[in-house]
Design a protein around this ligand. Structure first.
Ligand SMILES: Cc1cc2nc3c(=O)[nH]c(=O)nc-3n(C[C@H](O)[C@H](O)[C@H](O)COP(=O)(O)O)c2cc1C
Length: 193
């Protein structure tokens, strides 16, 4: 069995645009420059949507019962990665470009530099019973997606939230058990075209 490698991300760039301006700029964009996203900018997007903001491991986003059941997975041309907020690292889960696996039919997704896919873990969410579990996983992901979108707006990136993300293909690409993990949505991002 091959061991997953980890990539250390640099410190996130400081996002010093006012919240008022970032909210004023946010818009869904679906065209992107081919230019890759700098690691420090990607680190800032990931910190905004799934990062830690204290030493106890609490997140930048609220999460139902503080279960932190939803994680951010990066799909880019290098492969598929799981973001670990405690170490600011990307754990490599696959070495093939699987960006196309994250859409049910929007062609721009396969070419856009990055899709951050939000995937819930039903085992971590076990303390919640249905229908609350399904609702809270979706709401956790929604909070994360808006945080990612605001970070993108603050850094001049183009971005779009997507619910049109299939369940099976991203899990397969990431090597996740489709019966345990649930794909909740994605934010596709890059520099403006
Ligand atoms: C829950 C949700 C799901 C969405 N799914 C998609 C999607 O699958 N594909 C897409 O291109 N845009 C998607 N969008 C973006 C919306 O189409 C967009 O927010 C809406 O048209 C309003 O435009 P604006 O974001 O530029 O204000 C989604 C937005 C939300 C909030």
């Amino acid at each position: 069995m091959t061991q997953n490698t980890s990539l250390q991300l640099p410190s996130p760039v400081l996002m010093d645009m006012s919240l008022t301006r970032a909210l004023g700029r946010r818009r869904s964009e679906r065209t992107f420059a081919a230019q890759p996203v700098d690691p420090a900018i990607l680190a800032a997007v990931l910190w905004a949507c799934a990062g830690q903001n204290d030493a106890c491991g609490k997140r930048t986003v609220p999460t139902a019962r503080d279960l932190r059941s939803v994680d951010a997975y990066v799909f880019d041309e290098r492969g598929v990665f799981l973001y670990h907020p405690d170490t600011n690292t990307l754990e490599k889960l696959a070495g093939e470009d699987a960006r196309a696996a994250t859409t049910t039919g929007q062609p721009f997704v396969a070419e856009a530099p990055v899709s951050v896919v939000f995937i819930g873990d039903n085992v971590k969410a076990q303390p919640l019973s249905e229908p609350m579990r399904e609702r809270c996983l979706a709401l956790d992901a929604g909070c994360m997606m808006q945080s990612a979108l605001l970070a993108c707006a603050a850094m001049g990136l183009s971005a779009v939230a997507r619910a049109s993300c299939p369940q099976q293909a991203p899990c397969r690409a990431a090597g996740l058990d489709e019966n345990r993990y649930v794909v909740l949505g994605a934010v596709t991002l890059g520099f403006p075209a």
